[in-house]
Design a protein around this ligand. Structure first.
Ligand code: UFG
Length: 327
């Protein structure tokens, strides 16, 4: 009996694989390595291929007796999704549709899905509740919301149960330092700040300082990737006990401004990080902070690494030891 992890060679996927294996769970990874890294799965079984390859999914399900799936495989760059929406609908929505069809054919009826805070768009209020309005402001968020809807109807029609996990800002790295974040191109704040600390970039550009926030910079809710990993395990466990299509936010429930993140990074690294003030980035909401209480209450989720300093320390450990990522 195995858990199939699609996109298990990516950032959040690989940390989840490592976490599941630390609990002695049998895991099998499917990743096309278009973004992920072979090294990130460590020694977990890996199939290199597409979630749209039905024959491959049939054979994995048979060979490994797959009973549940954690589905990460997707494109996730907001800016790129605006420029190339069709690519995002094709890969994310059509890819998941094909995966769901294959899973149903194999009678696998438990799926945990990687959703995002981007489903909310510009929030009505913070902290954001799962029941708040979902009006994505970019195709990436819209593909994830469409998949949530697909899963909801798949439960109604076929009894396929699901948990959609809406991540806020995933950050940090494996505290043991074996795996970490390596995106190409990198667009996320914390790895870019740390690249500036390492001298791999000249400076960090702060995207706008005229937002209606305490210091004028955007506020986000940063959540340790290992805390995300544990939530995926609990979500799958929930599907052993209850049927339905569930949705949970995953965040710390606390917001930090871009300036605060840079300040904490300077403390952690003991390096003064050069900063440049730039224009606002299109589509960035001023404040995004989760209410994570539903996940705590219904999944029994307990965060182990909730301090921003800890998140940045673990990321720093990884980037310092792997300045060029997995290369
Ligand atoms: N930022 C900068 N400079 C940079 C990079 C980022 O100032 O060089 C700022 C951004 O404007 C934002 C904050 O740092 O205010 C965090 O930016 P990230 O790009 O790290 O993360 P986002 O909040 O844009 O994105 C996250 C997830 C997405 C998800 C989105 C929901 O990574 O997957 O939240 O809005 F879609």
């Amino acid at each position: 009996m195995s858990i199939l992890v699609t996109g298990g060679a990516g950032y959040i996927g690989s940390h989840t694989v490592k976490y599941l294996r630390s609990l002695n769970k049998d895991v099998v990874v499917l990743d096309d390595l278009s973004k992920g890294h072979r090294e990130a799965v460590l020694d977990a079984p890996l199939y290199v291929g597409s979630i749209q390859d039905g024959d491959l999914i049939d054979s994995i399900c048979n060979k490994h007796h797959v009973t549940g799936v954690i589905h990460f495989a997707a494109y996730s760059l907001v800016g790129e999704s605006v420029k190339e929406p069709i690519k995002y609908y094709e890969n994310n929505v059509c890819g998941t549709l094909s995966l769901v069809k294959s899973l149903l054919r194999n009678d696998v009826k438990k799926i945990v899905f990687s959703s995002t805070a981007a489903v909310y768009g510009e929030p009505e209020r913070v902290p954001i509740l799962e029941s708040d309005k979902t009006v994505p402001t970019n195709p990436y968020g819209d593909t994830k919301l469409s998949i949530e809807a697909m899963l909801k109807w798949a439960y109604e029609a076929y009894g396929m149960s699901s948990v959609s996990l809406r991540y806020f800002n995933a950050a940090g790295a494996d505290p043991e330092g074996l795996i970490g974040e390596d995106h190409s191109p990198e667009t996320h704040l914390i790895p870019l700040v740390l690249a500036a600390a390492l001298g791999k970039r000249e400076s960090i550009t702060i995207f706008g300082e005229d937002y209606p926030t305490k210091d004028g910079t955007c506020i986000r809710d940063y959540i340790h990737v290992m805390d995300l990993a544990s939530a995926h395990y609990l979500a799958l466990k929930k599907l052993d006990e209850s049927e339905g299509a569930f949705v949970y936010n995953l965040g710390n429930g606390e917001g930090f401004s871009v300036r605060e993140v840079i300040d904490v990074a300077e403390e952690v690294t003991s390096i003064t990080i050069p900063k440049v003030i730039g224009e606002r980035r299109k589509g960035d909401p001023a404040v995004l902070v989760a209410s994570q209480e539903k996940a705590e209450r219904e999944l029994g989720w307990e965060r182990q690494y909730s301090s921003l300093a800890q998140i940045i320390e673990d990321a720093w450990k990884w980037h310092k030891a792997h300045p060029d990522g997995y290369k």
